[in-house]
Design a protein around this ligand. Sequence first.
Ligand code: ATR
Length: 468
Amino acid sequence: MHGSCDIGIIGMAVMGQNLALNIARKGFQVAVFNRTASRTDELMKRVEKESIVPTYTLKEFVASLKKPRKAMLMVKAGAAVDEFIDKLLELLEPGDLIIDGGNSFYQDTERRIKKVEKQGLLFLGTGISGGEYGALHGPSIMPGGHEEGYALVKEIFEKAAAQVEDGPCCTYLGPRSAGHFVKMVHNGIEYAFMQAIAEAYDLLRKAYRLSSEAIGKIFEEFNQSEIASYLIEITAKIFKVSDPETRKPLVELILDQAEQKGTGKWTSQTAFDFGVPTPVINQSVIARTISSFKQERVQFASLWKNKEAAPINFDEQHKEKIKDALFVSMVVAFSEGLHLLKVASQEMQYGLSLPEVVRIWKGGCILRARMLNQIQQALQNGEGEILLFSPTFLNEIQRRTPKLREIVALSIEKEIPASVLSTSLAYLDSWKSENLPANLIQAQRDFFGAHTYQRVDKEGVFHTIWEE
Ligand code: ATR
C-alpha cells in the first residue's frame, strides 16, 4: 500500500474519524494515524467499503502517502499541533503539504506557516465547521495559507464539503492565517446565536412559564420562518428528548454551566485588537463565564431572596416578538463578525471576499441559516461597509427593533437576564446615535490627563485648564 494514499489524517478523535470516512466515501484513499492506536482501530471497525489505510507510526503514515504528500492534522489545538508539525517536518520533503484542520488561533497559524515554508513545504490553516455530522456528511471548510497547497487538495476538499445551490461550501479564502481567522469569527458569531437563543428560552420558561414541550414547538415554528437555521433546528429537537431514567425533558436536567474552548474569547480579544466593536459576541462569552460560577450564583440567589413574578399569558404576538428579537440579534451578530472580517482583511492583507465567506457558511456549518442568502446578496451588491447599514437589512431591522425593545423591557421588568438581546439593542441604539456622550469622556480625559479634545464648531486641537 506504500505511497498510494491521496491524503493522510492524523488525529482520530470524533472530527478526524468522520472526516476520514467522508473523504474515503468520495473515492479517495486515506491514510490515518492517531497517537493512541485504539482510536485508529475504533475507526477501522466503522470502515465498510471505503479505502482507509491504518498506520501505527508516523514513518509508516508518511510512507503511505502519494507524492506530493498531503498530511492533515485533526488534533487538539495548541501544543499537539506544534509537536506533529515538528515530527512531520523531519519526515516530509519540500513540496509536501501540511494542513491544520483544527481550531488553531490565527497567530499560531502565522507562526507555523513561516516555519513550514522555511523548509520548502506548503501549509494550509483550515477551519472546519459542522460538528460530528458535518464532518461525516459534508462540513463547511475554510482553508487559508499557500494557494499552491490548496490546489493539491482542492478536489478532495470540495468533494468532501457540504454542497449548496451555488457550489461546495469550501473555497480558498486567502494567504497565511485567513482560514483560521474566518473560522474563529464564525465561532464568535456562533456563541452569540447560541446565547440569544438561550435567552429566548429563559424568557419563555420564566416569564411565560411555558413547558419544555411547548418551547420545543415554538422553536419548531421558528425554524420555518426567516430565522430558520441549524441552531434553531437543533434547539427544537433538544426539547423533544426526554431522560430515559426520570422521563423529564433532558434539557431540564443539564447543569447550567456552559463550557468554552476559547474561539469566542479569541474573537473578542481580536476584535479589541483591531478596534472593531463586537459587543454582542463579547457579551455571549461573558454570559458563558458567568454561568460557570454556579455555586456562587446559588449562594447569591439565596441572599437576594428572589421573588417569583406572576407569569404572563403567552399568545401569537409574544411569539412574534421573540422571533423578531432573535432575528435582530442574529443580524447584529453577523454584522459584528463581518465587520471584524472586513477590518482584519485589510490589516492582515487577506484579500477576503466576504460574499464567498458567507456562501461557504450556507451549508454544513453550525452557522448555516436562511438569512445568509440575503446577507450574501447584500454583500454582493456592495451594500455598505457594515451589514446593518445595507438597505436590505435596514428596513427589516428597523421594523423589528421595537419588538426587541419590548422583549428587553420584559426581561428587565421580570428580572430575567437577557444580556445578549439587550446588548444587541444597545449596539443598535449606539450606531443610530448622531450624538454620543463621548464629548464628556473627552472633557474628563483632558481634565485629568491633558489629553486634548476637538471641537464641533471649529478646527484644531484644544486643551483647557479645567480648574485653577
Ligand atoms: P475532539 O474532536 O474530540 O474535540 P480534540 O480534543 O480536539 O478532539 O483532539 C483530540 C485528538 O488530538 C486526539 O486524536 C488526540 O490523540 P489521543 O487519542 O492519543 O489522545 C490528539 N492529541 C491531543 N493532544 C495530543 C498530543 N499532545 N500529542 C498527540 N496527539 C494529541
